[in-house]
Design a protein around this ligand. Structure first.
Ligand SMILES: [Mg+2]
Length: 471
């Protein structure tokens, strides 16, 4: 193959969640509280926020995150489940995954995105519950109603999680900390459910803060504490550092924020590409991302062009895998998730075929995306085969042909074109050998894109629908 493959070592299959933040509560260094933060008085918090306000940009951000959301709703609505290990998601005898689990189940090492079968092995007494999205949505609306009483600048990450920009709030003498406490207590009062909240001067730290004292946490990271707080933090706890990036950082001797800080942005760029700026900033406690009420970005994509055309399906899959993983890391960094993955194949004669797979519900994790790749590749290849067979020199050319960077290609009209062929059709492996048209039929470019991007959350189900109809 042509590509100097950087996909080696990225073979971890399965539905691994690359979100390092999804196990609220479990294995937290609870006693590792930064000394300066041990007892943040609400007064102190405010004084500090005002005092550092010489940079006019200083913001007050609250990150609110419900504790073990789906499982807590189930326990609330069914008292017989209280105090028991509850797992919401696929059944243990099926191929589903854990969407959420109660703290009682987490003790056994169960966490979200884990295959339900594995969860069942770890916690044989667990009670598996089918998700009730209507109930969760209803609670979500209730907590959003609480948010809206205090600010319009709300960025939801999932049903149970949101950033609030409360910089301009004047209630509680402008105290974001006291406001967060009020929000927590209103949520409990109206829903009977417990939320954790983090308060800080940017999104990165607010999210870390909400996670830090879970469950029922309320934690504040002050402007002058951000830097040293991040310094002592494990990079795996950084939002936007997935399992792959974490492993790479460890290989490079980067364990904590302090280690990360030793690296210049240029050096980071060499190792981590586009994420370098983000890592460089957040390792210093800096994060300028605004709280976005609505997101404009609809898709994200990446492609590779080959000097020598590819003919080997395994090599193609390896590249698609690597692209897929790369994009998942980028989505995670931007706190986005997608339900549609598209594969694009361009041949030496520039004919281009795209094939997409969408989930009816939930979002794709990296495992689910990768499992779709072989099917999408085969469907694209067999489309090509059909077109060649029909001797049409009018083999469909993707609407995006000739476009460079490859971002957002899935958003073009090329999503499902050409004669529709179901996945049941044999893999178009013959495409390379047949007709001896090697020069024309080799693959010149491969791309992967994710579209229909939505704010990512940790309790999102993965292929739940599919899993539940399986047995
Ligand atoms: Mg949550």
């Amino acid at each position: 193959m042509t590509m100097s493959s950087n996909s080696a070592g990225k073979k971890a299959g399965g539905a691994e969640s690359s979100d390092s933040m999804d196990e609220d509560g479990a294995s937290r260094p609870q006693d590792a509280v930064h000394p300066a933060l041990a007892d943040v008085s609400e007064q102190g918090a405010d004084v500090a926020v005002e005092a550092s306000a010489d940079s006019a940009e200083l913001r007050k951000i609250i990150h609110v995150d419900m504790d073990a959301f789906y499982a807590s709703v189930e326990q609330r609505d069914n008292p017989s489940l209280r105090g028991l290990p509850v797992i919401v998601g696929g059944r243990p005898n099926g191929r589903g995954v854990v969407a959420a689990c109660s703290y009682e189940a987490r003790v056994f090492g169960v966490h979200s995105a884990m295959p339900s079968a594995e969860a069942g092995r770890r916690c044989p007494d667990a009670i598996f519950v089918k998700p009730r999205f209507q109930a969760y949505k209803q609670v979500s609306q209730q907590i959003h109603a609480v948010f809206r009483e205090f600010t319009d600048v709300i960025e939801p990450l999932s049903l149970d999680e949101a950033y609030l920009d409360v910089t301009n709030n004047t209630l509680f003498a402008g105290s974001a900390y006291r406001l967060a406490r009020e929000i927590k207590s209103l949520i409990l009062e109206r829903t009977g459910l417990v939320a954790s909240a983090g308060v800080s001067y940017n999104k990165f730290l607010a999210k870390i803060a909400s996670d830090y004292k879970k469950p029922d946490g309320l934690f504040c990271i002050l402007p002058e504490q951000g830097e040293s707080f991040v310094a002592s933090l494990e990079v795996g706890r950084f939002h936007g550092v997935g399992k792959v990036t974490e492993a790479r950082m460890h290989d490079l001797g980067i364990q904590t924020g302090a280690d990360l800080r030793q690296w210049s942005e240029e050096e980071l760029a060499r190792e981590f590409g586009k994420s370098a700026t983000y890592f460089h900033r957040v390792s210093r406690g800096v994060d300028h991302r605004p709280v976005r009420v609505s997101r404009t970005r609809k898709s994200i994509g990446s492609e590779r062009t080959f000097a020598d055309n590819l003919h080997d399906r395994a090599a193609m899959l390896e590249i698609l895998d690597a692209l897929c993983e790369e994009l998942h890391e980028q989505m995670q960094e931007r706190e986005l998730a997608s339900k549609t993955v598209t594969v694009k194949v361009r041949f030496a004669d520039f004919s281009t075929y795209t094939r997409a797979h969408s989930l009816p519900q939930g979002v794709l994790d990296v495992g689910a995306s990768r499992r779709a790749l072989p099917f999408l590749l085969d469907r694209a290849l067999s489309l090509r085969q059909d077109a060649t067979r029909e001797r049409g020199q009018n083999a469909e050319v993707g609407a995006d042909s000739g476009q460079g960077g490859g971002i957002d290609f899935a958003h073009g009209p090329g999503g499902e074109r050409g004669p529709g062929r179901g996945p049941g059709r044999g893999p178009g492996l013959g495409f390379a050998q047949n007709r001896g048209a090697g020069r024309r039929s080799g693959v010149r470019l491969l791309g992967v894109a994710f579209s229909g991007l939505t704010p990512a959350g940790e309790d999102r189900p993965v292929q739940l629908e599919m899993n539940w109809s399986e047995n």
